[in-house]
Write a protein that binds this ligand. Sequence first.
Ligand code: MF3
Ligand code: CO
Ligand code: CO
Length: 267
Amino acid sequence: MTQLIKTAEDIEGMRIAGKLAGEVLDYIGPYVKPGVSTGELDRLCHDYIVDVQGAIPAPLGYGGGGGRPPFPKSICTSVNHVICHGIPSDTKILKDGDALNIDVTVIKNGYHGDTSKMYVAGKPSILTERLIRVTQECMYRGIAAVRPGAHLGDIGAVIQKHAEANRYSVVRDFCGHGIGRVFHEEPQVLHYGQAGTGMELKAGMIFTIEPMINAGSYHTKVLPDGWTAVTKDHKLSAQWEHTILVTPTGVEVLTARTEEDLSFLNA
Ligand code: MF3
Ligand code: CO
Ligand code: CO
């Protein structure tokens, strides 16, 4: 059993873990360049999390069972048509214009902070830039829908509306999730759906919002490695993720980075 409403002590622990996760994304940015391998980015993040932050990379060894091997690396690196859960590799070398999602989850004092962002190696195409921007807007609109008394479906509805207004599609097969001492817990946070449906939000709930938006259709395929999720049509996919807390008056982004302007929230 996981508790949906966190205690004050849990919330303090989640603030610390969330901040550290965001700091890893800041740290790794300057290394994302043409010529670097995703395996190298994984080693850099692993060492930063363990040696500098005194934290644990949650993906390493996570989620095995039922015929699937445990995740073998410390971060997820999802390049171009990879939607999520890309496995870092020394043979995957970034080329000019590649779009990359880095998804970091750290465990600090037993609490999880989970966040991801898009990077581009070198110079993005106009199309890549637009998908990345609209996907970030989808995440921000989802976050802005969070307040006590709102419903989970309100989040999915605003995300789906914005994605489809831009002629993109919302991935159905992966969703956001409750998070705390457990990496993935209730509730499931869908990135599509209808306003007014689903669980009512209450102050003290903590969950992720992590829309995956595709340039083509939303259909997915998982590669034989058991993890790497790709677009069936091999078109581009983007994702952004934050861990958020429902506050008595609105929302707090636990994984906020210093470069981010979140002043549009709770306004
Ligand atoms: N960080 C991912 C999420 O947002 C989960 C990664 S699980 C892993 O939920 F095993 F692939 F690392
Ligand atoms: Co997540
Ligand atoms: Co994540």
